[in-house]
Design a protein around this ligand. Structure first.
Ligand SMILES: *Cc1c(COP(=O)(O)O)cnc(C)c1O
Length: 393
């Protein structure tokens, strides 16, 4: 008999009832160190007092009004994002994949309004993940996500990851945009080298294409900059955001330049919940904390510390781990043992990590994790690796 919850997830038998900072407490009382943070969502950890206060205060005042009316919390968050980034304008969504939907629509509408309705194609890359909506799976294009789901939304051209020589020949009169994650998450924590992102920006300028970045996982302080593309010193035309921006409250956004957004006039797009007062109250609190030089500096310091200790961990377990990769607090352990076994051995040591493609274990801890949490993380991962080695022997 089918479970009452549609069985599309393979869930670990863990039932968390409370969260505190970098820790999750199981119903049986065990305390798990959370190095997954809801897959890069709980950017400020669990139950951060500033976020709890923001949500409570808004909940006692006004939960929801339609986008038929002004929403001051939404205006304030849009102003913060515009001030802090390349963007001139923001549309709020509820999730990453909804941000993908709008990014695709916006790029096509841009060219339509410019008198180029033939420009509809978007170039994407292998290993990509843009969520599970029809546009998201068509954009990523992997068989795992698309098989059995009927005709795909047309207009996506899939190229090999970071193979620059393949991009130029793929550009035609029908090309509208290039869409890429500055650091692939689901694909296995694969940072795009800065020179590749710069080269893609140059190509877009040369051929008059829009550059769309998916920063749903790597954005909002995760890599030690507010947004990951800042490391390369280039700016996109359109950017997808979600996950960390809501700190655990469902919230996403599409940021764009005035030019790229010029086709999106009244009536061309909408969302019932997108930019709702509750979500934006929390989003404002997240931005106030994350978008400060002190906070981002701490992310970089802790990322350096964690990475250095992970290098040591890899060196002491050459049978289990191959290498460390990633950017900031978006780190991947490329495994020699099965990544699923490593994640499960972690459960035994009460430490939570997340598997990704390419046999990688992802570490996406709260950006607020402490130095003690880092030491604890290494001790627990070390114990998990030792246990796996002992099992294999
Ligand atoms: C998680 C993710 C998405 C999809 O976000 P949802 O909120 O699950 O729809 C899109 N792109 C990237 C890079 C992601 O990591």
């Amino acid at each position: 008999m089918i479970p009452s919850v549609l069985p599309t997830y393979s869930r670990a038998p863990l039932n968390f009832v409370k969260g505190e900072g970098s820790w999750l407490i199981e119903a049986d009382g065990r305390r798990f160190l959370d190095l997954g943070a809801g897959i890069a969502v709980n950017a400020l950890g669990h139950a951060h007092p500033a976020l709890v206060d923001a949500l409570k205060a808004q909940a006692e005042t006004l939960w929801h009004v339609s986008n038929l009316y002004e929403i001051p919390q939404q205006q304030a968050l849009a102003d913060k994002l515009v001030d802090a980034t390349f963007a001139d304008t923001v549309f709020f969504t509820n999730s990453g994949t909804e941000s993908c939907e709008l990014a695709v629509k916006m790029a096509r509408k841009y060219w339509y309004e410019k008198g180029h309705p033939e420009k509809v194609e978007i170039i994407t890359f292998s290993g990509a993940f843009h969520g599970r909506s029809s546009a998201g799976i068509a954009a990523a294009g992997s068989e795992k996500m698309t098989k059995g789901f009927g005709p795909m939304l047309p207009g996506f051209v899939h190229l090999d990851w970071a193979d620059h020589d393949k991009v130029v020949p793929a550009i035609t009169d029908a090309t509208a945009a290039i869409l890429i994650e500055p650091v692939q998450g689901e694909g296995g924590i694969v940072p795009l080298p800065d020179q590749c992102l710069k080269a893609l920006r140059d190509l877009c300028d040369e051929h008059g294409l829009l550059l769309i970045l998916d920063e749903v996982q790597c954005g909002v302080g995760r890599t030690g900059k507010l947004f990951a593309h800042e490391w390369a010193g280039v700016e996109p035309d359109i950017m997808m955001v979600a996950k960390g921006i809501g700190g655990g409250f469902p919230l996403g956004a599409v940021l764009a330049t005035e030019e790229a957004a010029s086709g999106m006039v009244a009536g061309t797009h909408g969302s019932t919940y997108g930019g709702n007062p509750l979500a934006c109250a929390v989003g404002n609190a997240v931005m106030e904390i994350v978008n400060t030089p002190e906070f981002l500096e701490e992310v970089n310091r802790k990322a350096g510390l964690l990475r250095q200790k992970l290098e040591g961990l890899v060196a002491s377990h050459p049978d289990i781990f191959d290498s460390v990769r990633g950017s900031g607090l978006m780190l991947g352990l490329k495994c020699k043992a099965s990544n699923i076994d490593v994640v499960q051995a972690g459960y035994g040591q009460e430490v939570l990590t997340v598997p990704a493609a390419d046999n990688v274990v992802r570490l996406l801890p709260p950006l607020t994790l402490s130095d003690d949490d880092i030491a604890e993380a290494i001790a627990r991962l070390d114990a998990a690796a030792a246990q796996l080695s002992a099992q294999a022997a």
